[in-house]
Design a binder for this molecule. Structure first.
Ligand code: PLP
Length: 247
């Protein structure tokens, strides 16, 4: 709202320190309101933090790219493995999840949900087993909290456990329902969030913030910030590396 109203250009910290620092502060405030794990907060002093994206679609795509770069880094950056990468989501996930797979040029498998339209851990585990046996490399899972069709919730504890066992990046898409987690009586829907590598919700929906404001938290920002860093001379400044440059 501030950058929109005052026409602030905040692409690097030096371009507007207040713009960057207010965004960092605001992302920490919102993470605390949502009761997200400490590792998503800048104030934890770790590698985590939040950033405003345009849309949930964009957030899922960015998370997928982060997971992709992490997996390639763990495999000697062998780009030939790209064709073997496989990601998963439920058949109830938003179309933007499937599209993230298309844009990221990886397979995205939409797995059957149960009678409550929820993705369960055993379905995911079975598919991963089959895919590994066929030489594929599972790397990314999207769990939806509040599906677009019916506001169904994937079983985060089960799905998260599988992701931890299998070393997969778990992204949570809580695009519209995420705002509800501010209320203590709905917070239990977030149980299992500790397994997530990234979490996204849209304040521009239930929180009535100006479009566009889609908030994305990442547990380890290095996989995105460092992996996709291009550092031309005209954007460099003396404080680089000490504070995020949101570009
Ligand atoms: N995910 C879910 C669960 C949604 O309900 C929606 C939109 O309704 C999206 C993703 C896409 O959100 P956006 O329009 O911010 O990309």
């Amino acid at each position: 709202m501030m950058s929109g109203a005052l026409a602030v250009i905040g692409f690097t910290w030096i371009a507007s320190p207040a713009c960057t620092e207010l965004e960092m502060q605001m992302m920490d405030w919102l993470a605390k309101m949502l009761h997200l794990p400490q590792h998503f907060l800048f104030s934890s002093g770790g590698k985590g933090g939040g950033v405003i994206q345009g849309t949930a679609s964009e957030a899922t795509f960015v998370a997928l790219l982060g997971a992709r770069s992490k997996t390639l880094a763990q495999n000697d950056n062998n780009k030939q493995l790209l064709t073997k990468l496989v990601a998963y989501a439920s058949d109830q996930s938003h179309s933007s999840v499937e599209r993230a797979g298309l844009l990221g040029a990886v397979q995205m498998k939409l797995l059957p949900s149960d009678e409550s339209l929820s993705l369960r851990g055993d379905v995911l585990r079975e598919q991963i087993k089959k895919d590994r046996a066929n030489g594929l490399i599972p790397f990314f899972v999207v769990a939806t909290l509040g599906t677009t069709n019916t506001c169904a919730f994937d079983n985060l504890v089960e799905v998260g456990t599988v992701c931890e066992e299998e070393n997969l990046w778990l992204h949570i898409d809580a695009a519209f329902a995420g705002s509800a987690f501010i209320c203590p009586e709905f917070r239990h829907h977030l149980n299992g969030v500790e397994y997530a590598s990234s979490f996204n919700m849209n304040p521009h929906k239930w929180l009535l913030i100006n479009f566009d404001c889609s908030t994305l938290w990442i547990k380890n920002t290095e996989y995105i910030v460092d992996a996709f860093n291009v550092n031309p001379v005209y954007l460099r400044h003396d404080n680089q590396g000490q504070i995020p440059d949101y570009r």
